[in-house]
Design a protein around this ligand. Structure first.
Ligand SMILES: C[S@@+](CC[C@H](N)C(=O)[O-])C[C@H]1O[C@@H](n2cnc3c(N)ncnc32)[C@H](O)[C@@H]1O
Length: 421
């Protein structure tokens, strides 16, 4: 497939010079209040027929948007600031491609294509993130490390993914290459750490497949530590290069606090945190319970073994290892076994990927009969489908709160709290 010439136009007058060519922030030109109102309408249209079908008392609450500053809490449409949120994405990524002169180009894929649009700076990413990613391209060019050529399937550098701490100044870079052995890659990693002291980890991930997925299956540390550290809701979390960690940490605290409130925990509750990533939601809940003077018994289930290793480490870091355990397992398989064993679960937390959960998981959940189910979702369409399943099993929706984790896009995160009658 021949490559089209790279998009060159700038968007004069738009709030970002590459807004239309990049397409990452399609709503950037829309005042923030209007964004929140539009999301609320979309969520009402989606959830209200379900609420009516089961005659639930719940309402679709206003979308919790980003405050004007980090320290001001979430806002709803009535009090949304006029200034639209910036510097909110703490995960930034760039694809690489070879330029005509052999140098390495980075930036964004133009909307709907694999053409690279240059990006000198990005206002929605954490300060300095884009500059660092651009530096990877410059240094790779200087060291003669070739970018991956999608058409010819040769070259090495495919992507770089940067994660920046929110309550720490640490950041972690993962460089994705086509193969494991890449000449001068170690030198690139060490040079980056020297020139960017905030970088505590530079990792290599190897993705030899012809695919749109960024990450492959093999990861190793090139320079620095195994994990970076961040803090959320007074907990310390260590995150390794390929574990899941939410991209907008300011709103993650809002999201997690809603989830914790929805759990309505009591002493010695058995809490099962499924699709738990690095254990962040369950551990934040366990820490909140301890602050109130009691412990919960936490079990976390996650498919990614790196995530589970992080979760075990995070339990130790927060002095919660005595009351928690984490299992590397497919969530549905785990739930089916738990239902066969007749495990006791008071509160079930589920935070599946965009595809949502499975009918088998949901059937097993209702046979475990937790008092409460807190369902966090980044895809309300699959959440509606799954809530219908739980509604047929007799669960009632108590609260449905959308949270704006992704300003300037149509995406919404939602927290649903269900109770057993
Ligand atoms: C949306 S993330 C949530 C992670 C975590 N709750 C958090 O807030 O950071 C979904 C997680 O589910 C995991 N996952 C995806 N499919 C899974 C499955 N079938 N079984 C268990 N975990 C799965 C992913 O690896 C990812 O860590």
């Amino acid at each position: 497939m021949a490559k089209k010439p790279a998009a060159k136009h700038t968007d004069a007058g738009a709030p970002c010079p590459i807004m239309h060519s990049c397409g990452g922030c399609a709503w950037l030109g829309l005042p923030y209040r209007k964004q929140l109102a539009r999301k609320h309408t979309a969520m009402r249209e989606l959830f209200e027929p379900l609420i009516a079908q089961f005659d639930w008392d719940a309402q679709v609450e206003p979308v919790l948007g980003m405050g004007a500053s980090r320290e001001s809490g979430p806002v709803t449409v009535a009090d949304a600031p006029l200034a639209s949120p910036r510097a909110l994405r703490h995960k930034a990524a760039t694809p690489f491609a070879p330029a005509a002169d052999g140098s390495v180009r980075g930036g964004f894929f133009a909307r709907g294509t694999h053409d690279i649009v240059d990006c000198p700076a990005c206002a929605v990413e954490a300060p300095g993130a884009r500059e660092l990613l651009n530096d990877v391209a410059h240094l790779a060019t200087e060291l003669g490390i070739p970018a991956y050529d999608e058409d010819r399937r040769c070259g090495q550098l495919r992507y770089a993914v940067l994660r920046c701490g929110w309550r720490t100044d640490e950041s972690m870079l993962t460089i994705v290459t086509r193969s494991l052995e890449v000449e001068r890659l170690d030198e690139l990693a060490h040079r980056l750490i020297e020139s960017h002291p905030e970088l505590v980890t530079v990792a290599q991930n190897v993705n030899p497949r012809v695919t749109n997925a960024i990450l492959g299956g093999q990861t190793r540390i090139l320079a620095g530590r195994e994990r970076m550290t961040d803090r959320l809701l007074d907990c310390t979390f260590e995150i390794s290069p390929v574990s899941f960690y939410q991209v907008n940490p300011q709103q993650t605290e809002v999201l997690y606090q809603l989830a914790i409130d929805g759990m309505d925990l009591a002493g010695s509750d058995a809490v099962l945190d499924t699709y738990c990533g690095s254990g962040t939601i369950g551990l934040a809940a366990a820490a909140a319970a301890r602050k109130q003077g009691f412990d919960i018994a936490l079990t976390g289930v996650e498919r990614n073994p790196e995530g589970v290793r992080d979760a075990v480490r995070n339990a130790e870091l927060n002095d919660l290892d005595g009351t928690s355990s984490f299992i590397a397992r497919d969530a549905t398989e785990y739930m089916l076994e738990a239902a066969r064993r007749g495990d006791h679960v008071d509160v079930l937390v589920m935070d599946p990927p965009r595809a949502g959960s499975t009918p088998e998981f949901l059937d097993a959940s209702s046979s475990l009969a937790p008092r409460r189910i807190v369902y966090i979702s980044c895809n309300p369409h699959t959440q509606v489908r799954d809530l219908k399943h739980l509604g047929r099993a007799g669960y009632r929706l108590e609260r449905l709160t959308p949270v704006d984790l992704f300003p300037h896009t149509e995406h919404v995160e939602t927290v649903a709290v269900l109770t057993r009658p």
